[in-house]
Ligand binder design. Sequence first.
Ligand SMILES: Cc1cc2nc3c(=O)[nH]c(=O)nc-3n(C[C@H](O)[C@H](O)[C@H](O)COP(=O)(O)O)c2cc1C
Length: 159
Amino acid sequence: MTDKFRPLKDAFGRFATGIGVAACRNQDGSFSAITINSFTSVSLDPALVLWCIENRASAYPSFMSGDSYSISFLRADQQALSERFARYQPRPLLAEEVEIWTTGAPVLKDRLAAFDCKISARHKAGDHVILVGEVIRFDSAKGAPLIYFASNYHTGAKE
Ligand SMILES: Cc1cc2nc3c(=O)[nH]c(=O)nc-3n(C[C@H](O)[C@H](O)[C@H](O)COP(=O)(O)O)c2cc1C
């Protein structure tokens, strides 16, 4: 079957991005996580970021009901994590894979940078919802990023 959105996806995909894992804590204490490349830094003062979640994603209800999320940027050698959280109902994050900072959202222990965010706004936008987050805590490290371009993974240059 042909994908009628293929030409638009091909054009959108010509914008090279890093890759992040967005994660949140559910009411029962479990974690939900999803691979994303829609991250955008928005504002310095206050520190705001955003990313977009598709309204059909299995993790959608989790990110719509909680009040916080984390985003961990992946390193060049973490493609397996990207693939894991781009699957339907992925194997959940385990406590030993994450750190809990301020909001309760899980941050990947191994990462290039991370942001612990309180959700400050949700905006419906077509088949996605834009999740704006106020950055409560963050860090960054040196290293090479995992890059996504034209539906393929690439390795970014090391700093
Ligand atoms: C590199 C990459 C970037 C992605 N970026 C996003 C994104 O920004 N927002 C989103 O909702 N889904 C994004 N996805 C898709 C989700 O990761 C994927 O659809 C979802 O985790 C699969 O679960 P589902 O079958 O329940 O939808 C991306 C996938 C990949 C491989």
